[in-house]
Design a protein around this ligand. Sequence first.
Ligand SMILES: Nc1nc2c(ncn2[C@@H]2O[C@H](COP(=O)(O)OP(=O)(O)OP(=O)(O)O)[C@@H](O)[C@H]2O)c(=O)[nH]1
Ligand SMILES: [Mg+2]
Length: 219
Amino acid sequence: MNVISSTADAKRPGAARIGIGGPVGSGKTALIEALIPVFKARGIEIAVVTNDLVTKEDARRLQAGGLIDPDRVLAVEAGACPHTVIREDPTLNIAAADDLEAAFPDLDLVVIESGGDNLASTFSLDLVDWWMFVIDVAQGDDIPRKRGPGILQSDLLVINKLDLAPHVFVDADAILAEARQIRGTAQVIGCRCKGATVEGIETIADTIAREVLFHEIPA
Ligand SMILES: Nc1nc2c(ncn2[C@@H]2O[C@H](COP(=O)(O)OP(=O)(O)OP(=O)(O)O)[C@@H](O)[C@H]2O)c(=O)[nH]1
Ligand SMILES: [Mg+2]
């Protein structure tokens, strides 16, 4: 019997909870920063829980960034391997999401960013309803075929930093095609979160709206 899950279930329907995992520096926080204005424009109310090893760095960055009410951002300090607090014992993250939902009853979405971890990180479904895994082209074009639970089991695989592909000798179309072939029917979206032109962010927001919030988005 899982007391945490029954507590969480008893609270539903509340805000949907989604996870963002992926290796260190792949652009998880940058993706949240890019998604916030898109969600805001669509009237989707969000809050964020960040996870860092022994700091609150990502939470401070979001709170100082001016994109979101700083009170809508909470930090969890994992203090151990990042996946322990999103999978083995997600109590701290569940408590943080519960606190945000209690403080902001109008929330549609709580976004939980994992600390950067390896290709094996996954989220407990006691914590999130849906999760995505973010890698980037500069980590090597072989990352999708190295597989791992993050690549294979996530609801959405995001391949970020498409702008860097030519600079790191990666064929962006090829890495996307290989990732799609490895994941079968599960989704893969390429994106760019930083710079003058962003790419793929609306498509990621559409996917979350459709799959998590059940909004009708034209195909
Ligand atoms: N060129 C380029 N740089 C990016 C892009 N997205 C993120 N970055 C850069 O990549 C670096 C890491 O981005 P973060 O958003 O901090 O990555 P993260 O996955 O949240 O990192 P951790 O939380 O530390 O694991 C930063 O220097 C970003 O500016 C992108 O699409 N293109
Ligand atoms: Mg981050």
